[in-house]
Design a protein around this ligand. Structure first.
Ligand code: NI
Length: 176
């Protein structure tokens, strides 16, 4: 399939609320997901939401093996999630650094719920349910925010915790 251009912050399409997918198993949905997987892999992303490539539908993908952009986090299984919903298992929150392919070169510290249960469907309409915590829970919350037009900088509590990746984490820049 194809590596698609990722929209950058400032593009009003990133602020839209995306529509639920109504039909599963279609060629259109298959092609969308194939393009999202190619694009995320090419850019070393931990996740990607359909509106980031200009498609306002409620589709996210995420997953992490060993990723040079996130060297110190536990692996996350590669997941395709359509029409997701999130339930917070506890009110406990954790502060942590995030990046986003739509905000290249930057990192910011965001509070996220520590433990979540999320549900949705795969591309064929099979229901999925998972529980996650820590960075995995963070990635799911970040990606699902994109479906509601929310970018992580909007959630930074103190803007002093926002800056350039190569300044905040020079060791990552050296790693390439
Ligand atoms: Ni993002």
């Amino acid at each position: 399939m194809a590596i698609r251009q990722v929209l950058k912050m400032g593009d009003p399409r990133l602020l839209q609320v995306s529509r639920p997918v109504k039909k599963f198993g279609t060629e259109e949905l298959e092609n969308l997901i194939a393009d999202m997987l190619d694009t995320m892999a090419a850019l070393d992303g931990a996740g990607l939401a359909a509106p980031q490539i200009g498609v306002p539908q409620r589709v996210v993908i995420f997953g992490l093996q060993s990723n040079p952009r996130y060297p110190e986090v536990e692996p996350i299984p590669m997941t395709v999630l359509v029409n997701p919903s999130i339930e917070f298992i506890s009110s406990e929150v954790e502060s942590g650094w995030e990046g986003c392919l739509s905000v290249p070169g930057m990192r910011g510290k965001v509070d996220r719920y520590l433990r979540i249960r999320y549900t949705g469907f795969d591309q064929y309409g099979t229901a999925l349910e998972w529980e996650a915590e820590g960075f995995h829970a963070r990635v799911v919350q970040h990606e699902c925010d994109h479906l509601d037009g929310i970018l992580y900088p909007m959630r930074i509590g103190d803007l002093r915790d926002f800056g350039y990746e190569d300044v905040l984490f020079p060791e990552l820049a050296q790693a390439g």
